[in-house]
Design a protein around this ligand. Structure first.
Ligand SMILES: Nc1ncnc2c1ncn2[C@@H]1O[C@H](COP(=O)(O)OP(=O)(O)O)[C@@H](O)[C@H]1O
Ligand SMILES: [Mg+2]
Length: 247
């Protein structure tokens, strides 16, 4: 199944405001799908409905073929949502390694039993190593989280999300507040992890969006007005008029 997340005819009004106007959207295996649009377009409202923090008026949200439209947030997380940077808790006194290990233990209730046998502890260590390599923090695995820079902390948060073995990752403004070289580093990391876990990306930095998104959907006034590759979106007249302001 290539469609990891599918949103069908989603509608949400706040009084007279239409925040989601019949939204159809999907996130496929292996992709970074960016959701862009001006302030007030309805991006956060869409994410909150996906997470179950706000109830849609109508429409459906399907995760790997399972209709999750009426599930509570914690059940959705259990089924495989990871949302950086809000559900992840970095513990400052713990090292990078311990933080990722703790997330793994939290995920696998039986992990303690696993961990007591040599074979599976080796296996677990390999998994954690592979995550730390992906987020480019293997060299700093013994560093306490309290000593991390802003950017490294964000890398660790991604690592914690990965330890939960999610079906997808929702990233809301992951580049906010990062320096240019940190942004470049994050781009490399996202490009790597998308092969394991597809990413739904909300990001205001258009350079980032156009360089790493495989697909972009543009939300304006609660409606998706275009969906396509970077070059398709850049050259789309409706998008330029409504959003990029360069028609
Ligand atoms: N809880 C709420 N109650 C009333 N109106 C809301 C609420 N949340 C969002 N809105 C309105 O819905 C629209 C979409 O908001 P939002 O999803 O936050 O947009 P974005 O994240 O794209 O900036 C806006 O007009 C906003 O004012
Ligand atoms: Mg918002």
């Amino acid at each position: 199944m290539n469609k990891i997340l599918k949103i069908v005819n989603l509608k949400k009004n706040f009084g007279a405001i239409t925040a989601s106007n019949d939204i159809n959207f999907c996130l496929e295996k292996g992709e970074i799908h960016a959701l862009i649009g001006p302030n007030g377009a309805g991006k956060s409202t869409l994410i909150k409905q996906i997470m179950g923090e706000i109830k849609q008026d109508s429409g459906e949200i399907i995760l790997s073929g399972i209709n999750i439209s009426n599930l509570k947030t914690e059940d959705r997380i259990h089924l495989g949502f990871a949302r950086s940077f809000q559900i992840t808790d970095v513990i400052s006194d713990f090292t990078i390694f311990q933080n990722v290990l703790l997330a793994k233990i939290g995920k696998e209730k039986t992990f303690y039993n696993f961990y007591s046998s040599i074979d599976s502890s080796e296996f677990a260590l390999e998994q954690i190593k592979s995550i730390l390599l992906k987020i480019d923090l293997w060299d700093k695995k013994e560093t306490p989280a309290s000593l991390l820079s802003h950017g490294e902390r964000r890398q660790l948060e991604i690592g914690i999300a990965l330890a939960l073995d999610p079906k997808l990752i929702l990233l809301d403004e992951p580049m906010a507040g990062l320096s240019l070289d940190k942004i470049e580093k994050m781009k490399v990391i996202f490009n790597q992890i998308k092969n394991d876990v597809p990413i739904l990306l909300i990001e205001h930095n258009m350079d980032v969006v156009f360089s790493i998104a495989n697909r972009i959907s543009v939300l304006v006034n609660g409606k998706i007005i275009a969906s396509g590759s970077s070059s398709e979106i850049k050259s789309n007249l409706d998008v330029r008029k409504a959003y990029l302001g360069t028609a």
